[in-house]
Design a protein around this ligand. Structure first.
Ligand SMILES: C[S@@+](CC[C@H](N)C(=O)[O-])C[C@H]1O[C@@H](n2cnc3c(N)ncnc32)[C@H](O)[C@@H]1O
Length: 292
């Protein structure tokens, strides 16, 4: 008979995970998954997981993260690793001076669209402006936030997107009227100014896969917010034809290389004065048309 000794093995407690180490490891992981702003993403997700702001992460990188914070961070990192956009994970996105609630029902507002708002800031007092294809409400709400005297209406074909936009308007206490419509169908004679960031991605080779778009866009953002025919201009063409003589100002966001054709389309419906505004990457991004 063999004798055994009873030894109690005491497991080593896991080494505490610090803020600095967590960010470093997550940055490596997200970068390996192809996220091009891995460091920033890791910081934003950690700040959300442990309920602090990004600045405090930098102030105290040696701070230890509690077990529940670690578990929450792991969950957020796994979603980002699957290429879900940070704005959908956090459920919010800053746009000009406001913060919008966003989810997969709406396109995530982009920094270049802020120039569309800027293009309309010089409108005459009391102008009646319509934002066509409002999505989260970004353009209409930011414009109302900065120009309370304007009368704002926002249109979208998607009832789901309008629900998000309405909730944003309510939370931000901004007065905008929302309508579900196909472009301006049924709305003639009501506006003197039109702003729109409509879908403008071309459907290349008859498929939506012809464009080398990031997985964040193709797999997560609403398809109805992206594509517009063989050259990407189907919706813009239709919208311009709907503008009656009362509309004296139109500002449209366009894709790279589309500005000259959109300027031509505006001239064809008698907008004599055309201006193009470039985004921060130097791309002609907003085309503005004015007529007497
Ligand atoms: C590129 S997203 C822009 C959303 C928002 N304006 C922004 O800049 O973040 C385009 C929006 O247009 C809407 N849309 C697409 N086709 C439309 C149509 N025929 N009439 C009205 N809205 C349309 C989509 O539902 C989507 O919300």
């Amino acid at each position: 008979m063999s004798s055994t000794t009873n030894q109690t093995v005491i497991a080593e407690p896991p080494a505490p995970l610090t803020v600095g180490a967590a960010i470093k490891a997550a940055t490596r992981r997200l970068s390996a998954a192809g996220c091009d702003s891995a460091g920033l993403d890791a910081e934003l997700l950690l700040a959300a997981a442990i309920s602090c702001d990004r600045t405090s992460l930098h102030i105290a990188p040696e701070r230890e993260i509690e077990a529940d914070g670690q578990a929450a961070f792991e969950e957020l990192c796994a979603r980002r690793e699957a290429r879900e956009p940070v704005a959908y994970i956090l459920g919010r996105r800053g746009f000009r001076h406001i913060e919008l609630t966003v989810d997969r029902r709406v396109l995530i507002p982009r920094p270049e669209t802020e120039f569309l708002v800027e293009a309309a800031l010089g409108l005459a007092s009391g102008s009646r402006v319509v934002d066509v294809g409002t999505g989260s409400g970004a353009v209409a709400l930011a414009l109302k936030d900065e120009r309370r005297d304007l009368v704002l209406t926002a249109i979208d074909i998607s009832a789901a997107a309008l629900a998000v936009a309405r909730a944003n308007a309510e939370r931000l206490e901004l007065e905008v009227t929302f309508h579900q419509a196909n472009l301006l169908a049924g709305c003639s004679g009501k506006f003197d100014s039109v702003v729109a960031n409509l879908p403008y991605i071309a459907v290349l080779d008859g498929t939506q896969k012809g464009n080398a778009l990031a997985p964040e866009i193709v797999e997560y953002e609403p398809e109805a917010a992206l594509y517009a025919g063989a050259d990407g201009l189907d919706l813009i063409r239709r919208l311009l034809k709907q503008l009656d003589h009362q509309v004296s100002f139109v500002a449209l966001e366009v894709g790279e290389g589309q500005a000259p054709e959109v300027g031509r389309l505006m001239r064809a419906v008698s907008f004599a004065e055309i201006e193009t505004i470039c985004d921060l990457a130097g791309i002609e991004r907003i085309v503005v048309g004015r007529r007497g």
